[in-house]
Design a protein around this ligand. Structure first.
Ligand code: C2G
Length: 448
């Protein structure tokens, strides 16, 4: 009996997939089909798979060609499966020509001609029109956003707005898009916006966009006051728009896995969280000279608050800030302490003081530790009382990591595929409230 194996995502099942499976089956007597998991696809850079694993497996089954269906979860599994199932032939479409030659060592490799003019990407694009995105702001983050959005199929940045037309023009030229300095005209030419402007302008831009019924992905902190955040989320709901706060960590696969692990009681009950993020900035940078809205807390506080609000929740009993300030009175370094009914949290952010950036989550049976840059979570460990046992977890964090939030934002708009749990409106509102308390007091105790 000749055993054949093939693998794929089989998203939005189409004729190309059908013909591939038909020919794969004809190569032998018994066909095994490996269908990829969502997390594996995410790791290998396929970000907007539409169908669930169950649907994709069901579609493969319906063809009647597969004698057995397995789930493909990780790199290296192909060799393991080939050995385990005594496979004679590995086959895949010719778009992979040469890529799987290493498998020749284990079984015969056959590349089958790919069916022309059909692909899941094409179908995805036909199913939904491309989401026309506009960028507000032309600074560092906006520039980082541009290469990331090209990696998510189904969205395309087509316009940029900056009240300083010169900056908009330069950005537009660099990225081959249209420049606007009239906000209404800009909104009329896009379906959704990404806001990457100074913190204090987020509220006005979000409000203007939502009133024009545009979906909004806004950089953190979404606003600097609770009432403003509440108002924006209410407007979004009323106008049936998606409003996402872009704290990239919240959407990255490794951090989602870390949170789920922490919630699964592997370290018992969580009692302590300590998060630190420092990034040294030049003395004349906007972050260290903008007297009203600059400083380490407004710049980095959202990252450090994220794991605390996600795991301990919104109902804190006590909140304190302590800061080291520069000669302008801006916080170079801020320590936030929070008390919850069943736990304590400490967070530190620094723009002018360097410290060890790590995230530590302590529980009644062990602790989770993620070293810097934990805000781009790619690796973490779980430790226990028995120091000999360390569980290690790794995930991929690709590029600048903005692709994850863009892909969630797009899927939520198109599919209603819920990713809001990754950063809920209530969590964003709580973080805005904490920012407001900080700015009102600009630190209870100050060391200068
Ligand atoms: N295919 C095809 N013709 C098309 C489209 C796809 O023959 N027009 C083939 C692909 O070459 C592949 C299979 O159909 O053999 C499944 O395609 P995808 O769902 O795109 O999966 P892919 O990303 O190619 O995964 O571990 C996974 C494998 O490496 C292949």
């Amino acid at each position: 009996m000749t055993k054949v194996i093939t693998y794929g995502t089989f998203d939005l099942f189409h004729e190309g997939h059908y013909r591939l499976l038909e020919r794969a089956k004809a190569l032998g007597d018994y066909l095994i089909v490996g269908v990829t998991t969502e997390s594996y696809d995410k790791r290998r850079g396929k970000l907007n798979v539409v169908d669930s694993l169950a649907t994709r497996m069901e579609n493969v089954k319906k063809t009647g060609f597969a004698d057995e269906i397995v789930i493909e979860e990780e790199v290296g599994q192909k060799i393991r499966d080939i050995q385990k199932y005594n496979v004679d032939i590995f086959t895949v479409g010719s778009d992979w020509e040469g890529k799987f030659d290493y498998i020749n060592e284990y079984c015969k490799v056959v590349y089958l001609d790919r069916t022309k003019n059909i692909s899941s990407t094409m179908l995805r694009e036909q199913k939904y029109k491309i989401l026309k995105l506009g960028v507000i702001g032309t600074g560092r983050i906006a520039n980082r956003f541009m290469p990331e959005q090209t990696l998510v199929s189904g969205v395309e940045v087509q316009a940029v707005y900056n009240p300083h037309y010169e900056s908009a023009l330069a950005f537009a030229k660099r990225h081959e898009i249209d420049a606007y300095n009239d906000l209404n005209e800009f909104f009329d030419n896009v379906d959704a916006v990404y806001i990457a402007t100074p913190h204090e302008t987020h509220y006005e831009y979000c409000k203007a966009a939502l009133e024009k019924k545009k979906h909004v992905l806004c950089e953190k902190p979404i606003t600097l006051s609770r009432s403003q955040a509440e108002e924006l989320f209410a407007t979004a709901k009323q106008n049936e728009c998606i409003l996402y706060e872009g704290i990239k960590t919240a959407y990255c696969p490794g951090f989602v896995q870390l949170l789920n692990l922490a919630r699964s009681h592997v370290i018992g009950d969580i009692r302590y969280i300590d998060a630190c993020f420092t990034k040294l900035e030049k003395k004349d940078s906007r972050e260290l000279t903008d007297l009203k809205y600059g400083g380490s807390m407004t710049e980095l506080g959202s990252y450090c608050l994220l794991p605390v609000i996600k795991l301990f929740g919104k109902q804190y009993e006590d909140l304190r800030f302590e800061s080291v300030k520069n000669e302008n009175g801006l916080d170079l370094f801020t320590k936030i302490s929070m008390k919850y009914p069943k736990g304590l949290a400490t967070m530190t952010c620094g723009l002018g003081v360097k410290s060890e950036g790590r995230l530590l989550i302590g529980g009644t049976e062990g602790y989770i530790i993620a070293e810097a840059p934990w805000w781009k979570t790619a690796y973490f460990e779980v430790h226990y009382e028995n120091a000999n046992i360390i569980d290690k977890y790794a995930d991929r964090f690709l590029g600048d990591g903005l692709r994850y939030e863009i892909s969630d934002f797009l899927n939520q708009i198109n599919e209603g595929q819920n990713a809001e749990f990754k950063l809920t409106r209530e969590e964003s509102i709580t973080m805005a409230e904490i920012m407001e308390k900080f700015l009102n007091g600009r630190a209870d105790k100050t060391v200068t």
